[in-house]
Design a protein around this ligand. Structure first.
Ligand SMILES: Nc1ncnc2c1ncn2[C@@H]1O[C@H](COP(=O)(O)OP(=O)(O)OP(=O)(O)O)[C@@H](O)[C@H]1O
Length: 259
């Protein structure tokens, strides 16, 4: 069954003087456990699309279903992981990690224990009583991932979560996120500007055209890459072939003055 179904979404922003069509007739889907990526030029509507999936804005046209139900404002079916970790500096790591559970009234001893175990699994041992400023950027993003996973969302929305990190930390975190999501059979949507990251982590990549964003092309990631961890995937010959294909497609958009 599709955990995520987006059917013919269009979205127009209206202001007093202008109207901007951000998305035009976009359809996509993801089955349970699938990892999909959305790439495309700046301003093509990626954030708008994620905000619609999260139920933060309603599309002007079209339907979104998560787990078979229409997305509603304030729904708790999605978890967001962003470029910035948005941990509260005055709260301890444990309090930050448990915040999602607390807000959704799911905080009990069992869930608390599960969250602490998850923190430890992420290599975050003995940090529970520390504050965010005492942790590195990569560690804070790991706390942010734990907070997101703790509420057991049906769908994870990852909005460039690695882009502020140094390259080595980014590769390590990609590996950790990939393995964790596979372990829990989580469905995820990643928005990124990094073609390599999209290939290394995804089952399928949606390339959006320049605004108004439409689906320009869908790339299925070959099995040889999908069956490997992101780091191993990057050393496969198929990885370079797909990288070149996507790169050329982006270039062709640029030459059409679309990118
Ligand atoms: N609140 C808003 N009001 C009016 N126009 C908006 C609003 N938010 C976004 N837009 C416009 O909608 C289009 C898509 O924006 P969006 O932020 O979704 O693109 P994006 O692909 O995420 O961009 P980037 O890669 O630069 O983050 C752009 O033309 C943008 O200017």
């Amino acid at each position: 069954m599709d955990v995520l179904q987006i059917q013919n979404i269009s979205h127009v922003y209206f202001s007093q003087k202008t109207t901007t069509t951000a998305l035009l007739d976009v359809s996509l889907s993801a089955k349970k456990g699938e990892f999909i990526s959305i790439i495309g030029p700046s301003g093509c509507g990626k954030t708008t699309l994620l905000s619609i999936m999260a139920g933060l804005i309603s599309p002007t046209k079209g339907d979104v279903f998560i787990d078979g139900e229409p997305v509603q404002f304030g729904n708790r079916k999605t978890g967001y992981m962003l470029q910035q970790d948005y941990l509260f500096p005055w709260k301890t790591i444990e309090e930050n990690a448990l915040l999602g559970l607390k807000l959704s009234n799911k905080l009990n001893e069992e869930n608390k224990m599960k969250t602490i175990v998850l923190l430890n699994k992420m290599g975050l041992t003995n940090v529970e009583k520390m504050y965010p400023k005492q942790l590195s950027g990569g560690m804070r993003q790991r706390v942010s991932l734990v907070r997101t996973l703790a509420t057991d969302p049906k769908l994870l929305l990852l909005d460039e979560p690695f882009s502020a990190l140094d390259f080595q930390t980014k590769l390590k975190l990609e590996e950790l996120v990939f393995n964790t999501l596979k372990q829990f059979q989580k469905t995820a949507v990643l928005v990124t500007h990094d073609i390599g990251e999209a290939i290394a982590m995804s089952d399928r990549i949606y390339l959006l055209s320049n605004g108004p964003g439409t689906i320009h092309e869908i790339f299925d990631v070959p099995e040889k890459i999908r069956n490997r961890s992101p780091l191993e995937a990057r050393s496969q010959p198929e990885y370079n072939v797909l990288f070149q294909r996507i790169w050329k497609e982006l270039e062709s958009l640029a030459n059409k003055d679309e990118y």
